[in-house]
Design a protein around this ligand. Structure first.
Ligand code: ADP
Ligand code: NA
Length: 327
């Protein structure tokens, strides 16, 4: 087992969608056992950077915990915890925020995308990437699984580690990205954009708790084009290519393999094949999520246990940071 500590976080958006699963959670599961410690955080401090409803937030944290377990995160092999339950995140974020400048944050993607939609944003949204840096550095993490959209945020964490070390003495390792190799899952209604929780079109996104009928219905209505053959050409034919790559990902086959099998099918017939493959992969997860979701007491005790383990790692780091800073 290579020496190293993996950290990653996901916002409590409730039950994840197929894009979250194929793009992030599957690799989170695979990383367990590949490094000597692995931490996964449900980052609720990040969620309150935008308007939110307390009851929904509480439910979404539990739904995300149930989903992570159902996907295969093992709470003994990983430390699975709720960010707000380890207050060291917020304290380190404050200290790191004092080591960076407003212009350094202005061009980062979270602010650029989300503040524009409303033409304004909270201070928390602006410093969101500083909190992300604190999440990572608090555990002296060495490896961070991220999507391409998060690379600039990880670069800020690397800068902050360097700045801190230069000012206060060598302390934080510089965290490295583990880039997801899977192709982004596209919206079923608009294959030029990614499948996303925030997509207003409810036929565009497949949730891990969608029933087999929902999945068949949505895939049957997925936007393709006027060519009936099944080919893989993400630029020229984004719709059908998205179905091909989803099919490959859920069935653990290569893109070439699934295209070869689809020879002779038109896209309508092929949608049925893809829908069946997706149902087969997600059905056990769906059942497990529903089972776990009904056991609120278990989920809550699991998060208490995870927070205790996370704090045991975070606390000595923060004690040392405070001493180095001069507190
Ligand atoms: P959303 O866009 O639905 O709000 P997030 O930004 O919270 O999703 O993403 C959580 C994780 O899931 C990130 O690691 C991100 O890279 C991954 N992810 C999100 N959407 C997709 C997608 N459509 N395809 C692949 N990975 C995705
Ligand atoms: Na997002």
């Amino acid at each position: 087992v290579p020496v190293g500590r993996v950290f990653s976080g996901i916002q409590p958006t409730g039950v994840p969608h197929l894009g979250n699963f194929l793009g992030a959670l599957q690799s989170w599961v695979a990383l367990q056992g590949q490094y000597d410690s692995v931490l996964y955080s449900i980052v609720d401090l990040h969620s309150i950077t935008q308007p939110q409803d307390p009851r929904l937030l509480r439910q979404n944290v539990l739904d995300m915990a149930a989903s992570l377990l159902a996907c295969g995160i093992d709470p003994e092999r990983s430390i699975l915890f709720q960010q707000s339950q380890v207050s060291e995140h917020a304290e380190l974020s404050w200290i790191l925020g004092c080591l960076t400048s407003m212009p350094r944050l202005r061009h980062l993607p979270q602010w650029k995308m989300k503040s524009k939609q409303k033409n304004e944003g909270s201070v928390g949204l602006y410093t969101y990437p500083v909190l992300q840096a604190a999440d990572i550095l608090l555990y002296k993490s060495t490896h961070v699984p991220v999507g391409e959209d998060q690379v600039q945020h990880l670069e800020l964490a690397q800068d902050l580690a360097r700045i801190f070390n230069k000012q206060f003495g060598e302390f934080f390792p510089e965290p490295r990205a583990l880039l997801s190799s899977t192709r982004k899952v596209k919206s079923l209604r608009d294959p030029s954009s990614k499948m996303s929780k925030s997509d207003p079109q409810n036929l565009a996104t497949i949730s891990l708790t969608d029933s087999p009928d929902d999945i068949v219905f949505k895939i049957r209505r997925a936007v393709t084009d006027f060519t009936s053959e099944v080919t893989f050409d993400p630029e020229g034919r984004p719709g059908v290519s998205n179905l091909v790559s989803v099919h490959a990902a859920v069935s653990g086959q290569t893109v070439e393999g699934v295209v070869r099998q689809a020879r002779g099918l038109d896209t309508g017939q092929y949608k049925q094949v893809v829908a069946e493959a997706v149902v087969q992969r997600l059905e056990p997860l769906r059942r497990e999520i529903l089972r776990l979701r009904a056991d609120r007491g278990y989920l809550e005790s699991l998060l208490v246990h995870g927070a205790r383990r996370a704090r045991a790692l975070a606390s000595p780091v923060l004690i040392e940071v405070r001493r180095l800073v001069g507190f």
